[in-house]
Design a binder for this molecule. Structure first.
Ligand SMILES: Cc1ncc(COP(=O)(O)O)c(C=O)c1O
Length: 390
């Protein structure tokens, strides 16, 4: 190729996720790095998808998503939060939360606009901001409780701030933001007339009675929030890529304007399956069971990591545990995770990759507990080999 690629691609590179996954395969490691379930999806949702294909629900859906899916999503939002949303004008279905985050940023951000993100930051946010020509402003969340410094948060708001990207429950920390914290952020967004893009893909995965609070449900926030969720984590089908955004019409219109030219629509059988799944999940008591089985997996992995001398921080949501690797004497978390994968046979993700400047990151390794008991037990057997470097 003679023409150079666009400069915006230059920082995107191959991620550590790809590197660790390749190392895990090469060394036959138990993979607790990858953030997706290794157990089967529920039968009722698989049956629903197969039924949709058999019944020839195989052609394009309307760009905003199947009407019956949007109605089911509106009913669930009403049931959970007591808030009425209009499925015709306030819900958009797209190819996973990943696409909706991209659409939302492109819909809002002009070149030079600033977008506040919290660090550690999920990997898609900053590239989305860069693709829109925007500038990311990082606000640190500090271990072990992953709180922001109120003064630093306030300073991050400038006349150029257009949006904040929030993620709760949070990847990689497992933090579920408390109502009071969200109130503090909401007050700043109202004061500075800023939109919140709220990534809530782990909304159904909270433990110990912790409540997930969508920031859109706080006073004065509905009109300035795009709430994004997806079926991947809730129904253990991360490969199906059906996500949705709930936003007032003023924000839905520009979001849909972008979506129609990014993917236009996504797979109809899986949209049908989600429509059925939302109905069936309630009658099966699915959500409580999901939380209970995940809480048990979290306990199991916590025990295993503690036995290996890796005391995990507490996590009340999502499906990750973070462990401080300092005591093992490696140069950093990347060196620790490479060693763990190649020499011990367990793959984990170094969390410095979630930081703009990895040198400022605490040296944590992220372990995923969306795994079968056998997988976690196999990791336990391997971890017996883990020793400090010196
Ligand atoms: C915080 C967060 N947002 C978005 C996504 C992607 O969601 P989807 O698969 O629906 O695109 C993930 C997946 O790991 C995630 O952890």
């Amino acid at each position: 190729m003679s023409a150079p690629p666009a400069r915006r691609t230059s920082g995107f590179g191959t991620s550590i996720f790809t590197e660790i996954s390749a190392l895990a395969v090469a060394h036959d490691a138990v993979n607790l790095g990858q953030g997706f379930p290794d157990f089967p999806a529920p039968a009722f949702i698989k049956e629903a998808a197969m039924r949709a294909i058999r019944e020839d629900r195989n052609q394009y859906a309307p760009a905003a998503g199947l009407p019956r899916l949007r109605a089911a999503l509106a009913a669930r939002w009403q049931h959970l939060h007591g808030v009425t949303v209009d499925p015709n004008t306030e819900i958009t279905v797209a190819s996973g939360a990943t696409e909706l985050l991209h659409d939302a940023v492109l819909a809002l951000v002009e070149p030079g606009d600033e977008v506040i993100v919290f660090e550690p930051t999920y990997d898609a946010y900053v590239p989305d901001i860069i693709m829109a020509g925007g500038v990311a402003r990082h606000v640190a969340l500090r271990a072990p409780l992953w709180r922001w410094d109120p003064a630093e948060l306030r300073r991050a708001f400038t006349p150029r701030t257009r949006a904040v990207i929030l993620n709760t429950p949070h990847n990689p920390t497992g933090k579920v933001f408390a109502r009071e914290e969200l109130e503090e952020l909401a007050a700043l967004c109202r004061e500075h007339d800023v939109v919140v893009i709220s990534d809530e893909v782990y909304s159904e995965l909270t433990y110990d009675g912790t409540a997930h609070v969508p920031i859109a449900t706080l006073p004065g926030m509905r009109e300035r929030t795009i709430s994004i969720d997806s079926m991947g984590k809730t129904f253990s089908v991360t490969g199906w890529k059906v996500g949705w955004a709930i936003a007032p019409e003023t924000l839905t219109l520009p979001l849909r304007a972008i979506h129609q030219f990014v993917t236009f629509t996504n797979s109809v059988p899986f949209q049908e399956a989600l429509s059925d799944g939302l109905e069936l999940a309630d009658t099966h008591g699915y959500y409580d069971e999901l939380r209970a089985t995940y809480a048990a997996r979290r306990e199991r992995l916590t025990r295993v990591l503690k036995e290996a001398g890796l005391a995990p921080l507490s996590a009340s949501g999502a499906y990750f545990l973070l462990c401080d690797t300092t005591a093992f004497g490696f140069a950093d978390d990347v060196a620790f995770c490479r060693h763990l994968t190649t020499e011990v046979g367990v793959a984990a993700i170094p969390t410095s990759v979630f930081y703009a400047d990895p040198k400022t990151a605490p040296p944590f390794a992220r372990f995923c507990f969306a795994k079968r008991d056998e997988t976690i037990d196999a990791a336990a057997a391997r971890l017996k080999k883990l020793r400090p470097l010196h």
